[in-house]
Design a protein around this ligand. Structure first.
Ligand SMILES: [Cu+2]
Length: 117
């Protein structure tokens, strides 16, 4: 019985550790449409990221990741490299310019065009 309780407390301890390495945070990422959403989420979903969900209206990318495997800086760098400006880092022009025409979120006209639909 003593052994069993030791095993239980050990596994609870391990559970506690894994829960602690999980980070839930969010990141502001500019974008306009569903296509932007899939590109942003795809870029953010790297190893160690268990959740990456971007909202078109709020521009917020909700993230859950394992801080032992990845960090926020790595994630926003990948998102910026995919062509999207984040609150910490702007996308390089070359990446931005290779986005689909309907995704060129830096142009106010793009936002207008999406509102009309
Ligand atoms: Cu788009």
């Amino acid at each position: 019985m003593k052994k069993l309780s030791l095993i239980i407390s050990l596994s609870l301890f391990t559970l506690g550790l894994s829960a602690q390495s999980q980070i839930d945070t969010s990141l502001v990422v500019n974008g306009v449409c569903g296509m932007c959403q899939s590109t942003i989420e795809k870029a953010a979903k790297m190893e160690g990221v268990s959740k990456a969900k971007w909202d078109q209206d709020t521009k917020i990318l909700k993230l859950s990741f394992d801080k032992e495997k990845v960090n926020l800086e790595k994630i926003y760098k990948a998102v910026a490299a995919s062509g999207y400006d984040t609150e910490y880092l702007a996308a390089p022009d070359s990446a931005y310019n290779s986005l689909h025409a309907c995704c060129l979120y830096r142009d106010p006209q793009t936002h207008e065009d999406h509102k009309k639909k």
